[in-house]
Each structure stands twice: as structure tokens, then as C-alpha cells.
Design a protein around this ligand. Structure first.
Ligand code: DC
Length: 231
């Protein structure tokens, strides 16, 4: 049953805590739109890499304006379009994963995507996941969730994901390397100056270390229905 009281659900948390899988499935069950804001930051990073602009942006962060000017980032169902091109696969490349923390720490990038994200949620009925959705993008979201999990468990999940994607065709990093990279990204996201990863005081914290994905989805779905009903 689709509710008439459509809300905004903000899901934040560190890398590989299960945000996107949970958000996508909860959105589907509620008949809501799912917005993956990490994919938007990844698209900006991809544009910088493909344009060969990373080094000049590192030297002079103001140069990032040339990427943002006229940039178009759109969602079409599960696909993400950067300047009209489907980049759903490219944004998951390792190179993008390594550089995205740097690009997402820059104020002009955050300001630009903030405007886009707020516009995407204006009609409500959205589940948006990221690092600053409950704190900065939609501090008035009716339901705020903060997902956490042990770093080793997150590395294990990331490895399973990579194994499924590579189908045994490419060499994979070991779990220790993945855990190190995850912790490094957590540190960069939590310590940056602009919109760092933080739990909003009203957010419901869920530790997913010992939950499977169905349990995680069920918990958020129930909270969403309760919040809709209360509105
Ligand atoms: O969720 P993800 O791994 O796809 O996110 C990629 C990067 O984007 C992550 O390192 C931090 C950044 N990000 C952010 O700064 N703010 C958001 N709302 C979403 C992602």
C-alpha cells in the first residue's frame, strides 16, 4: 500500500555499512525514489579523472569550478547519467574510489551537489543515502538512520561484492588491504572540514555487524511505516 504521507528518509554511515542496499530495497518496498548521493560524488570524481584535471585541482582547488560548470547528473531508474552518458559502471572503478574522498572534501563540489540533492528530495517520498544527508542536506528529514558496522565485517562484505563482480577473472585485494582502505576513507570522510560524516542527534543508530540484509531492511522499513503513520 502506498502511503499518502510521504516522508524523507536520510540514511548515513561509513563506507560499506550497507547503506545503498538497504536504501534501495526500502525505497522499492515503500514505492519511494532512491537517491544514491555517493554516486553523485563519484560522478564528479570521474569527470575530473577523465578530463585529466586531478593534478591541477590538487595544486589549485579553485580549478574544480571548471568541472562543475554546466555539469548534469541525473538518475534514470538504477542508472546514473553524467552529462547525458551512462556512467553507472565507471563510477565504481577503483581509481574513482581512491580519488572521490578528495573531490568530495572540496566546498564548491559540496555546494553544487547540495543544491541538486535538495531539489531531488523536494517532492518527498525519497530515500537518500550518503554521509551528510541527515546533518546537512535534509536536517528536517522525518526519519534519519545512521548505519554502522565493524570495519572487518565491512571489508568482508566489500570482498564478497568484488568477488561477485569479477567472477574469478581478476586478482582481488586481500581482506586486510580492504579493511585498511575502508578505515582510511572513514577517517577522510569524518575529519574533513566541510560536511564531515556525523550522526545527527535525532538519528536512529543501527549496528549491522550481526544483521543480515533482510533484517536490516526490515528494521528500517518498520521505522519508516511508523514515521509515516505518525505524520
Ligand atoms: O557511498 P560511496 O562509497 O559511494 O561514497 C563515495 C564517497 O563520496 C565517499 O568517500 C564520501 C563521499 N560522499 C560524501 O562526502 N557525501 C555524501 N553525501 C555521499 C558520499
Amino acid at each position: 500500500m502506498i502511503s499518502t504521507n510521504r516522508i524523507i528518509i536520510a540514511i548515513d554511515g561509513p563506507a560499506a555499512s550497507g547503506k545503498s542496499t538497504t536504501a534501495r530495497r526500502v525505497a522499492r518496498q515503500l514505492g519511494y525514489t532512491y537517491i544514491d548521493t555517493g554516486a553523485m560524488y563519484r560522478s564528479v570524481a570521474l569527470k575530473a579523472i577523465e578530463g585529466g584535471l586531478l593534478e591541477s585541482i590538487r595544486r589549485d582547488p579553485g580549478q574544480v569550478a571548471s568541472i562543475l560548470e554546466g555539469i548534469s547528473i541525473r538518475f534514470e531508474g538504477e542508472r546514473i547519467l553524467l552529462d547525458g552518458r551512462d556512467v553507472s559502471r565507471e563510477i565504481r572503478d577503483n581509481r574513482v574510489s581512491r580519488e572521490v574522498s578528495f573531490l568530495s572534501s572540496l566546498k564548491p563540489v559540496r555546494d553544487c551537489l547540495l543544491v541538486m540533492q535538495q531539489a531531488l528530495g523536494r517532492g518527498r517520498g525519497v530515500v537518500m543515502d550518503g554521509r551528510d544527508i541527515g546533518t546537512v542536506v535534509f536536517p528536517d528529514a522525518e526519519l534519519k538512520i545512521f548505519l554502522v558496522a565493524d570495519a572487518r565485517e565491512r571489508a568482508r562484505r566489500r570482498l564478497l561484492e568484488l568477488q561477485a563482480k569479477s567472477e574469478g577473472k581478476t586478482a582481488l585485494p586481500d581482506i586486510e588491504t580492504l579493511e585498511r582502505e575502508i578505515l582510511e576513507r572513514d577517517r577522510a570522510d569524518a575529519e574533513r572540514e566541510h560536511a564531515p560524516l556525523r550522526k545527527h542527534p535525532d538519528a536512529v543508530e543501527i549496528d549491522t555487524s550481526k544483521l543480515d540484509i533482510d533484517q536490516q531492511v526490515e528494521m528500517v522499513y518498520r521505522l519508516a511505516r511508523k514515521t509515516e503513520a505518525a505524520g
